[in-house]
Design a protein around this ligand. Structure first.
Ligand code: Q46
Ligand code: ZN
Ligand code: ZN
Length: 317
């Protein structure tokens, strides 16, 4: 088998594209896929300031690398979630990547800034950890983007992630979630624009990209992911992909092109136009206290500790 572009020796075969590539042309293929996604969905402009949500995993580090290679103005943000060794390794991988390339990285510890961590929040809410974790991450990314005057928050969700989320939403016909199943969520009422430029690339491609670019990412999965149904949906879709290469891509992009519009009126977001502000943190909120501040109250009450310091953020530069 030979590279589709130069006929040189192959490092990867992509059955879903009916193609194989040498190292240089595979890396170019990844950059091209990201650039094409950015333009097609009008995600951002060359002079926009991008805040890249970094976890230390392959997807977010590969995305940051690609955006930097494409010449965009990027700053990383990694959040210390307090999930034991996993969180420490996650922050360390992000810091090492940023230092290697001389890129700016902001580091925020959930415990230092808000007085609790994800295991504590899960215990306090008696719900799966991902629920409190997701809410905390969204709040910190949103407020960091607002305070730092970033134009857009960029996340490393890939095709496997998005197809699994879509599958879960279709299984239950979650109309409201289906209405928001887009690689671009527009800005509004104090919320920054959020975009997912990796939706044309899968986990296997991102792992290969990191290996070929010598990016040292954390391989271990979050130990608190148990109970997260998306992992089961990913397995199901991987089985389907083996039988029918390209099925994931057809499912996800077929939905965006042919079905998404039918759910647009189910979006529960028009209320954002008349959102007030949270009395405690000033974030956009439908009630007097936003859901993140309510979560903080619950989690901190479980284990009182010295008052948090929302200004305690560090940066590598
Ligand atoms: S970090 Fe947090 Fe994930 Fe761990 S607790 Fe769940 S949401 S799985 S991306
Ligand atoms: Zn080639
Ligand atoms: Zn609040």
């Amino acid at each position: 088998m030979r590279c589709r572009v130069c006929r040189g020796p192959v490092v990867i075969e992509l059955r879903q594209h009916n193609a194989a590539f040498c190292q240089d042309h595979f890396l170019k293929f990844c950059r091209d896929q990201v650039e094409r996604t950015i333009h097609k969905f009008k995600m951002f402009e060359p002079d926009d300031r991008l805040l890249v949500a970094v976890s230390g995993g392959k997807d977010s580090l590969a995305l940051w690398d690609i955006l930097h290679e494409l010449g965009y103005d990027t700053t990383g943000l990694v959040i210390g979630l307090g999930i034991g060794d996993y969180s420490e390794a996650s922050t360390a991988a992000a810091v090492a990547f940023a230092e290697d390339r001389g890129l700016p990285l902001d580091v925020v510890s959930l415990k230092d800034t808000h007085g609790f961590d994800v295991p504590q929040a899960a215990k306090a809410t008696k719900r799966v950890p991902c629920s409190a974790c997701g809410m905390s991450k969204r709040h910190i990314f949103d407020s960091h983007a607002r305070n730092g005057a970033f134009d857009v928050v960029v996340t490393g969700h890939n095709l496997d992630d998005e197809a699994a989320v879509l599958f879960g939403n279709v299984v239950r016909w979650e109309r409201e979630y289906l209405a928001r199943q887009s690689p671009v969520l527009p800005a509004g009422q104090g919320f920054p624009r959020k975009v997912k430029p990796l939706v044309r690339l899968g986990e296997r491609e991102m792992a290969a990209y990191c290996v070929l670019r010598n990016i040292d990412y954390i391989v271990e999965e979050c130990p608190m992911a148990e109970g997260n149904k998306h992992l089961a949906y990913k397995d199901l879709l991987n089985g389907l992909e083996v039988e029918s290469p390209g099925a994931k891509r057809a499912f996800y992009f077929g939905f965006l092109e042919r079905a998404a519009a039918a759910f647009a009126d189910a979006a529960d977001t028009p209320t954002k136009d008349d959102l007030g502000r949270c009395n405690r943190c000033g974030s956009p909120s439908a009630g007097e206290i936003c859901s993140f501040c309510r979560l903080t109250e619950q989690a901190v009450a479980l284990s009182p500790r010295p008052a948090p310091n929302p200004n305690k953020e560090t940066s590598t530069q």
